[in-house]
Design a protein. Structure first.
Length: 437
């Protein structure tokens, strides 16, 4: 079998094989030694798996697990017992536990594992569902613990709270110069949903923080944004924007933009240019896969008008889902950022993506604050900030929460469409983020 012929196997790729269960012998039964002690990556996406057994916890070396796009309805709580597990992808499964499903969509590995560790709700087969006897036994053991230890609970809670990331929300009524976005009726048939936010106090000068942030954005576009088909993120240097902004849709031959790294060009000419570049890529590489902006061209197929965000001077600063403008490009000296998330499908996905992006920015803010004295450049640390869970820095964060300014999106008559972040927003990341209103 697999264990006998490849005992040192570190990566197993089983994606897209129509499997109803994982291969026999892969997951060891209780009392038996794990057959693949070095297995670090298990990828079984795009199959027909209906159940993941508690034996998964016996894969002691497992670091990455991808079981996305299967038929799982429950996740065993034992998954949280995998000692080295850092990255879990459960997207595309019809999970019964809606709270867990939200965490999954927000790519919160740490939250997922913590939630399973305490049993979750509908956590699947395994130790998370205790019967009455087990619960009573657990209570008895707790009562027998020394009083000193029992009293330390509040201290642990305080320490855990201190470890949480922090953001402070500046309400629009407290802001003397709030940035307003007006949405034209023309976007309704093209890309109707937009959520915006201003972030102040980022530090892109420490180490390679800017590169890390752009990598985070790229990863979110691939994951929670589903390769930009669900939503698209755009980021701008706030100092280079003149408000109010207009979210509009215009014909391709009227929309002009200076795309990132390019000269100003009409949208129709930009798409033609990108299509030619994509065809050339295919010829040179002799394969269908293409990279860069070229892979998003099909998202505008059949559209007579293209969405765009325009500043007070009439300059197009964003052309979702393709690119934003060279004019408002982030630089190492940028500290205040205007964020926009747009979608053709749902306002909620815009909010979920923005929640997750702000969590990543709070992580990076904390990370740079703690490494100002020693410049951080290693690839390993760069990877850490990209992980879906908290970066794992142990030191207590400095008391300088990232500041978020609410941004109001209204229709052309001034009627409110969405205000972000409101008091009900950021709930999907609340287990990792303390929000000060």
């Amino acid at each position: 079998g697999l264990a006998r012929n490849a005992p040192a196997l570190q990566e197993l790729l089983l994606g897209g094989n129509g499997l109803r269960s994982l291969p026999g012998g892969l997951l060891p039964a209780a009392g038996r030694a794990p057959p693949l002690p070095l297995l670090a990556t298990l990828e079984a996406a795009g199959n027909e798996l209906e159940e993941l057994g508690p034996e998964i916890a016996r894969l002691a070396g497992l670091k990455t697990l991808d079981i996305s796009n299967n038929k799982l309805s429950e996740i065993p709580v034992e998954l949280a017992d995998c000692p080295k597990l850092k990255d879990v992808n459960l997207n595309g499964n019809a999970l019964k536990d809606k709270r867990l499903e939200k965490m999954v969509k927000s790519c919160q590995t740490k939250s997922i594992l913590e939630y399973l560790r305490v049993g979750g709700r509908g956590g699947g087969k395994g130790k998370g569902k205790q019967d009455g006897t087990e619960r009573e036994e657990a209570r008895r053991k707790k009562r027998e613990k020394p009083k000193k230890k029992a009293n330390s609970g509040s201290e642990d809670d305080e320490a855990e709270e201190a470890q949480k990331l922090m953001v402070k929300v500046l309400h629009i009524s407290e802001n003397p110069t709030p940035l307003i976005v007006k949405a034209s009726p023309a976007v309704k048939e093209v890309r109707p949903y937009i959520v915006c936010c201003v972030v102040k106090g980022m530090d892109f000068q420490t180490g390679n923080a800017l590169k890390r942030f752009l990598s985070v954005q790229t990863k979110l576009h691939e994951d929670i944004c589903d390769k930009r088909t669900a939503a698209t993120i755009a980021t701008h240097d706030l100092q280079l924007i003149k408000g109010p902004l207009l979210y509009d849709a215009r014909p391709p031959d009227e929309l002009k933009i200076a795309p990132l790294g390019r000269k100003e060009i009409k949208a129709k000419d930009l798409l033609r240019q990108l299509q030619l570049e994509a065809d050339e890529q295919r010829k040179q590489k002799k394969r269908q896969n293409i990279s860069g902006l070229h892979k998003y061209l099909q998202l505008l197929d059949g559209k007579e008008h293209f969405p765009c965000l325009i500043d007070a001077e009439g300059t197009v600063i964003s052309f979702p889902p393709i690119t934003n403008s060279e004019k408002t490009k982030l630089g190492k000296t940028t500290s205040n950022i205007f964020l926009e998330v747009t979608s053709a499908t749902s306002l909620q996905i815009c909010k979920d993506v923005m929640d997750t992006l702000l969590l990543k920015m709070a992580e990076l803010h904390k990370f740079t604050a703690e490494n100002k004295d020693g410049e951080v450049n290693s690839d390993q640390e760069s990877k850490e900030i990209l992980q879906c869970e908290n970066s794992g820095v142990k030191k207590v964060p400095k008391n300088s929460p990232l500041v978020l300014e609410q941004v109001r999106v209204a229709d052309m008559d001034g009627n409110l469409k969405v205000l972000y972040p409101s008091k009900t927003d950021l709930s999907t990341v609340s287990s990792l983020l303390t929000v000060i209103h």
